[in-house]
Design a protein around this ligand. Sequence first.
Ligand code: BEZ
Ligand code: FE
Length: 287
Amino acid sequence: MMASEASQRITEACLASFADAPDARGKEIAQALVRHLHAFTLEIEPTREEWGKAIEFLTRVGHTCVGARQEFILLSDVLGVSMLVETMNEGDDEGATESTVLGPFYVDEPPHAAQGADLTAGLIARGESMLVDVTVEDTSGNPVSGATVDIWQCAPDGLYDVQRDLPQGEYELRARFTSDSEGKVTCRSIMPIPYQVPSDGPVGDLLAATSRHPWRPAHVHFRIVAEGYETLTTHLFPNGDPYLESDVVFGVKPSLVIDFDDAGVAGSGEGAESRVLRHRFALQSAS
Ligand code: BEZ
Ligand code: FE
């Protein structure tokens, strides 16, 4: 629909209402929001009932945000905005590991664990054993020691520890490590599996109403913080997962898809693991 004179006047008046905003960035954002929101509204030509439903939907999204449940992040995830923001803010150092979404199941202060720790302690359902053997480096291949490396993943029932009622301070498949003098972190875990994002709320209704599935491909999360480097938030995805091409949150980047097996280690008697997650993360220098 072409903007009528009346609608143009509304848009111009609304833009002008922000003209004296004292913060230049705030003004830029508010006016861009008005321009795009008005253009969107003119394009879709909502009825009053449809607009009412949109407000009702957003209200439900807000009411669903309780405790660890953050429905607005999930909405941003399934609309691809989280991935856009993550990718736009990524540095451009050649050879640096690519980032992906943090997701809603990150815990800020996970329990510290020693090298080689077993993350599966306390798990009721056990999956396929997996050795995690990763190295933190700079983009020239020099080891980064003393890096804080958070690792987390979901259990074989598709749930993260924070989605169940564990006693305060107890976690599953989650720990914080410090990289050793060679930049290495090792631990024992299980092969990740694909899982569904929470779909019992308004975002789930949106997915169902638009015939979208709620699945994420299997992955292990990493967040690596080291002095002098940009923080890296990323995942590693096993090759061959059926949802790599249709991740509900658009988080897959080809460079993050790897083989989770290593014949050399599996057969070397190092442990009973049939799977090995071995990878070198390259951190980009802080800007
Ligand atoms: C996750 O990988 O943990 C996740 C990311 C986005 C939405 C839901 C879950
Ligand atoms: Fe995840």
